[in-house]
Design a protein around this ligand. Structure first.
Ligand code: SER
Length: 896
């Protein structure tokens, strides 16, 4: 049964049982506790927690998921994929344990001919959380199995949570016995309540039914967590591993061999000339390739670009591991252009965006491979240097820190370092390397903990939302409301009042203030009541539905319950509308100039200013930059109408509205903002101008890179745009009057001036040198005799760098060749003295060493020096000691 059919049967089974089929959410839900969606329940989390009312009592989905903690295990076990699809059914306070067990059992055991998966009952072993007698009894009742067939496991296996504070509950797994070829017979009664790892390959978990009933405040490990209370309702969350069921039903050995993954392995076989199944090490590499190529394609599809932290780092690691595995398999040419299209052809049947968005996805992936190839090239040089150092110092092992630097700075995986070291007959201090890696992981964990702490704060806001309901939000309708203060907070805790000068947070019953979202900055403004006023510093929506204003009391005392007038600064808001509409205009213009695959990945705008990040790998040429600016301003001049309307997500997509990566939208009512009809259609909750000319002007001020595969343009709009141009005009004005030319002659004139300056400087240099060398004859004429040596010691204050050396050599050459001669010259550059001593052949024969003399002189100058017996060079920090240094050299010569 192919994967598509398994997916179809799953959804059909639950739809027939009254579930609403919900499409997979993006891998990037904006949940601060998660890097990626890692379970089917993630998009439904607010429903389980009771933060939002679910629009349906039952739902089913096949959700894209990414889990990367086990990345090193990929390909080694049969069942760990970094990307996988989770088939799930969900009940929000509707059916509970019995319903979940019945529905799952029916689907897995129903004959294939009747639409089920037809798994033999004798091979199935349900499990329960030890002590969950209700579930135990229900399994016996529903399946007719004896109690001895139901496995009782501890919380490590059979209590499920997200690994972070949130919903959780006891669970039941359905294990499938693959037979004695895959491991020993289980003796469940003797095993205890921890699953024996030796049994995991044979007794494969295919489905997890979570009886979601608890709220967790702290999760330290799978079996160590704090339950802070019950969820408002008893829910069901299940997850069936699509790939696992697929490999069982397709009679394959593991998830990498199923219909949607194996073609990549076959392509890798063709490219490398290796055969899958011939060598265990190569097999692992091929599975890594199949898994990572697919995972990275799915991540790029959802808008991730490679980078050095967070999601971007995960993607980078996956791509690089795939490329690297191909190298280890003996394929050194660019591999992704050969492999990723194969994965696209299989996955694109379900995820059609992969096909329509292919140009962008391929560009991001192939570019990263290019960058990595470069890394390998430079890293290899660094590696060779490190290896040579080890050799030269008589060692035989690269240090842990060398391996760590190669890994951390040059992206060299440790297995690569190990392999290259062994090729050179060297070892690597792997323990040292692992130690440094562990330290780095600790730092990362501490970061994550800090982030989690931030999230826990939302409890206070949730309490407020529960107590008084959502804020009536009037930002689209008015700039001014009469409102009542519902709550006053200081440092995250409710207080009775804020005094003059204090900063705190306010919740109102209604507000005209726009809370920062969708890239648009929060509104500025004031609130005033009889006896006082506050200035609004920031506005956020920490939980959906609740608007929180950060304020400073400018006058009087603010108490909960006070009626007041909330007033948005109208000039601020006008600026914000200009900037936000300007962002849409620039986005549309970019897509017009570069093509539709230039998609926004992030943006920020506030009055007068906007920036927009988009997926693109190369810099805009000056011509493209001009074109984007021109298209933008033409749209303003045409005064395109701006409008917004609500529709379903489905309709919005049909309309071609652009939904942004990582945003969640309410499927039933999304807001689409249009500028000039289809020219610009985006899902957006921001505030906008009424027609394009109100933006005033768009002036692009910069274009830059923000990490691999992502570029940024910045622009000024409205009066700020005008002011920027006016300032440039003034600068041009100053230059034209200074240089006495017309503005368009400026570049030629400036180039001319610069060129003349350069020629003059060269000429000056030549003259200076001439003068300096001209003094050589005089200097030689004044040579002293120091203990039988002709000695010239001079301070040439105008001489710098090479001049000092040239003069010293010139003087030495002019000294009589038949007797020992020494020239010592001290010059000065940028406040630092430099010294050169040159000794002629007769001098060297008489045992005079330039390097000894330089050392004596440099000591006086506060520095060091060295060189050979004939010429040596030194310097120091104190040019006022130049005469002392010459004297010291003379002394050294005399005492020789
Ligand atoms: N949330 C559970 C899991 O991830 C069941 O879907 O296993």
């Amino acid at each position: 049964m192919d994967t598509a059919e398994i997916r179809r049967r799953f959804v059909a089974h639950f739809e027939a049982a009254g579930h609403t089929a919900v499409p997979s959410a993006s891998l990037l839900v904006p949940d601060p506790t998660l890097l990626f969606v890692n379970a089917g329940m993630v998009p439904f989390k607010p429903y389980f927690l009771g933060q939002e009312t679910p629009p349906y009592p039952r739902a089913t989905s096949v959700q894209k998921c990414i889990r990367t903690p086990d990345i090193e295990d990929v390909g080694k076990t049969t069942r760990h994929g970094t990307f996988f699809e989770m088939c799930g059914n969900f009940s929000f306070g509707d059916y509970f344990k019995q319903g979940a067990i019945e529905l799952a059992w029916e689907l897995v055991t129903k004959p294939v001919a009747d639409g089920g998966f037809g798994l033999e009952e004798s091979r199935l072993h349900p499990s329960v959380l030890a002590g969950d007698d209700e579930a135990l009894a229900l399994w016996c009742k529903v399946t007719g199995l004896p109690e001895s067939r139901i496995v009782k496991l501890g919380p490590k296996e059979n209590y499920w949570s997200m690994g972070v504070p949130g919903p959780g509950g006891p669970c039941s797994e359905i294990l499938y016995d693959r037979g004695p070829a895959y491991g020993p017979d289980a003796d469940w009664a003797a095993m205890g309540t921890d699953m024996d790892p030796a049994l995991e390959d044979r007794y494969l978990e295919i489905w997890n039914l979570v009886f979601m009933q608890d709220e967790l405040s702290e999760v330290r490990s799978k079996s160590d967590f704090d339950i802070s209370g019950s969820l408002p309702k008893k829910n069901i969350d299940t997850g069936m591993g699509l790939e696992r069921v697929a490999f069982l039903l397709q009679g394959r050995e593991n998830m990498y061999e199923i219909d949607v993954m194996f073609p990549v392995i076959q392509r890798a076989e063709e490219l490398t000339g290796k055969r899958y199944g011939a060598d265990a090490g190569d097999d692992v590499r091929m599975r890594v390739v199949a898994d990572h190529v697919r995972s990275s394609m799915m991540l790029i599809g959802d808008g991730v670009t490679p980078g050095n932290e967070g999601r971007g780092y995960v993607l980078r690691r996956l791509l690089r591991r795939a490329v690297r595995s191909m190298r280890l398999l003996g394929y050194a040419d660019p591999a992704l252009p050969e492999l990723m299209p194969v994965s696209r052809d299989r996955m694109g049947e379900t995820y059609t965006d992969l096909v329509t968005d292919w140009e962008r996805i391929a560009r991001v992936a192939y570019n990263e491979e290019q960058v990595f190839r470069q890394t390998l090239a430079t890293g290899t040089t660094i590696f060779d240097t490190a290896a040579a150092q080890v050799r030269d110092s008589g060692g035989s092992s690269l240090s842990g820190s060398q391996a760590f630097t190669l890994h951390d700075t040059y992206g060299f995986p440790i297995d690569l370092t190990l392999e290259m070291a062994s090729e050179k007959g060297l070892e690597v201090d792997e323990a040292g390397f692992r130690g440094l890696m562990a330290e780095q992981r600790e730092r990362a964990k501490a970061d994550a903990r800090a982030k989690r702490g931030k999230h826990a704060d939302t409890g206070v806001y949730r309490g407020l939302l529960d107590a008084s309901g959502p804020t009536e939000w009037l930002a689209y309708d008015t700039l001014r409301t009469e409102s009542t203060v519902l709550a006053v907070l200081r440092e995250g805790a409710a207080v009775d009042a804020l005094g003059a000068g204090e900063v705190g947070e306010l919740v109102l019953d209604r507000t005209p203030f726009y809370a920062e979202s969708g890239g648009q900055a929060a509104d500025a403004g004031t609130m005033a009541w009889d006896g006082g006023a506050v200035e609004v510093l920031d506005v956020q929506r920490p939980v959906r539905g609740l608007v929180v204003h950060q304020v400073r009391v400018t006058d009087g005392e603010l108490r909960a319950g006070t009626p007041l007038v909330a007033q948005v600064d109208p000039q601020w808001r006008l600026g914000a509308r200009q900037a936000h509409s300007g962002t849409h205009v620039v986005h549309a213009a970019l897509r017009e100039v570069l093509g539709p695959s230039a998609l926004q990945s992030g943006s920020y705008n506030r009055p007068g200013y906007l920036r927009l990040d988009y997926g693109w790998t190369t810099a805009l040429s000056p011509e493209q930059l001009h074109a984007v600016e021109e298209v933008s301003n033409a749209a303003l001049r045409e005064d395109l109408p701006v409008s917004s309307q609500y529709m379903t997500l489905e309709e919005a997509k049909e309309w071609g509205a652009i939904a942004l990566f990582g945003e969640t939208y309410d499927n039933s009512a999304v807001r689409v903002v249009e500028i000039g009809g289809p020219w610009s259609r985006e899902l957006c909750g921001g505030t906008h101008v009424d027609h394009a000319s109100q933006v005033g002007t768009v002036v692009l001020t910069s274009e830059s890179s923000v990490g691999s595969g992502s570029r940024r343009v910045e622009a000024l709009v409205g009066l700020e745009g005008y002011a920027y141009l006016a300032k440039e005009r003034d600068l041009v004005g100053q230059l034209t009057s200074m240089l006495k030319v017309q503005p368009d002659q400026l570049p030629t004139r400036v180039a001319d001036v610069v060129e003349r300056l350069r020629t003059t400087e060269k000429e000056l240099e030549r003259l200076r040198l001439q003068q300096l060398l001209g003094s050589a004859a005089d200097l030689v004429a004044g040579a002293e005799d120091v203990a039988g040596v002709s000695f010239v010691g001079t301070v040439a204050s105008g001489a710098a760098g090479n001049d000092v050396r040239t003069l010293a050599l010139d003087v030495r050459g002019r000294l009589p060749g038949d007797r020992p001669g020494v020239a010592a010259v001290i010059g000065e550059a940028k406040g630092r003295p430099s010294l050169v001593v040159a000794v002629n052949e007769a001098g060297q024969a008489a045992g005079v060493s330039a390097s000894d003399l330089v050392r004596a002189g440099s000591e006086q100058l506060g520095g060091k020096g060295g060189g050979k017996a004939d010429v040596a060079q030194g310097g120091g920090t104190d040019p006022t000691k130049a005469d002392d240094a010459i004297a010291a050299i003379r002394r050294a010569l005399a005492q020789r």
